[in-house]
Design a protein around this ligand. Structure first.
Ligand SMILES: C[S@@+](CC[C@H](N)C(=O)[O-])C[C@H]1O[C@@H](n2cnc3c(N)ncnc32)[C@H](O)[C@@H]1O
Length: 336
């Protein structure tokens, strides 16, 4: 039975209970219902206002709306709690997806691809305004994260680094700027690489960019195709959460094939903490965003290691936490 049918059945059951006076909604029930309705109106707005928004913003609103319903669930009690509790059970695949083991859980597919008929990355290539918004968001991110990545590990023994899915190049430029012996290759989809070539460094990026530009080459291709050999470090920053497990293994296998025996695959990503008492709502919201837009997911360190193991890679040393955003640097090498 589909989720829509489950919800309709629950609504009918609730109407029957009210009609038969088995459930007389209390003043508190009415207050909670009114509050949820007001919260949803505030988040979602009118149909007219929704039409004027970018599709990606509308998806953001959907995520906020789900969060508002979830928060309301925490406040209710009495028969309404039964109704919403049962509704939440019908919504379990969405609200509790983290409980599912990564290797065997559904990926749910990407709603974006179902709605727009193409992957999010393809939409970025076809829609200049969406691409400009995305690049702006990622370069703010790279301006904060790039300098940390450049300083977090010892690059002394490395000569060539490839930033795989490197976007418009902020993280790679930070790394080259800090380590003058390094040369770098930016690998990304052709349209993104074209934007990276045009991209002038942001004021937040380190100086020395003229020199770094001379040490940077561009490689427009899919990272699911064979990767160019000869790089000591393959950097994957903010890539794996965008993809379902099988796609991650395909990509990591490409990395393993291209990696010299002593080389490293450096993964920079948020790592879900399972035991630190970390506030779970932001994790769930990011997880939901990854799932809805891209068909990906957030992962624990153990889940990253399982994907790497399937591609013939193993963690070389304990992961390094960044001072911000729950980011970690995980360094993998070929399994000996
Ligand atoms: C979330 S962004 C990360 C950008 C950059 N690594 C950073 O940390 O700022 C994901 C990147 O993956 C790239 N990408 C998506 N699919 C790709 C593919 N099949 N091959 C190469 N790059 C791809 C996108 O164009 C985008 O630049």
């Amino acid at each position: 039975m589909g989720m829509r049918q489950d919800i309709e059945d629950l609504a009918k059951e609730a109407e029957w209970q009210i009609r038969e006076h088995k459930w007389v909604p209390s003043a508190n029930d009415h207050t909670v219902a009114a509050r949820v309705a007001a919260d949803l109106r505030a988040v979602v707005g009118t149909p007219q206002s929704q039409q004027e928004l970018l599709a990606v913003t509308r998806l953001g609103h959907l995520r906020e709306a789900l969060a508002a319903v979830t928060i309301a669930l925490a406040y209710v009690h009495g028969p309404m709690a039964w109704f919403l509790g049962a509704a939440a059970t019908a919504l379990t695949p969405i609200l509790h997806w983290r409980a599912m083991p990564a290797r065997h859980g559904h990926t749910f597919g990407a709603t974006w691809a179902k709605v727009f008929g193409e992957l999010f990355w393809q939409s970025l290539s076809n829609d200049a305004r969406l691409a400009a918004d995305f690049d702006a968001a990622m370069s703010v991110h790279a301006a904060a994260v790039g300098p940390w990545v450049a300083g977090a590990r010892d690059w002394g023994a490395d000569n060539r680094v490839a930033d795989i899915g490197g976007g418009t190049g902020g993280t790679l430029r930070s790394t080259l700027a800090r380590h003058s012996h390094l040369t770098g290759t930016l690998i990304d989809l052709p349209e993104t690489v074209a934007r990276a070539r045009d991209n002038s460094p942001t004021p937040d990026e380190p100086t020395g960019t003229t020199d770094t530009a001379a040490r940077m080459t561009f490689c427009p291709q899919s990272f699911f195709a064979p990767l160019p050999p000869g790089h000591d470090v393959l950097l994957l920053a903010h890539i794996l959460p965008d993809w379902a497990d099988d796609d991650c293994v395909r990509l990591l296998r490409r990395c393993a094939e291209a990696l010299p025996d002593a080389g490293s695959v450096v993964v920079v990503d948020r790592v879900v903490s399972v035991d630190s008492g970390e506030e779970q709502l932001p994790v769930s919201q990011r997880d939901l965003a990854m799932m809805v837009v891209l068909g990906g997911r957030e992962r624990t360190e153990h889940e990253f290691c399982l994907l790497a193991a399937e591609a013939g890679l193993e963690l070389l040393r304990p992961s390094l936490p960044a001072p911000h955003q729950g980011l970690h640097l995980l360094e993998f090498g070929k399994r000996q």
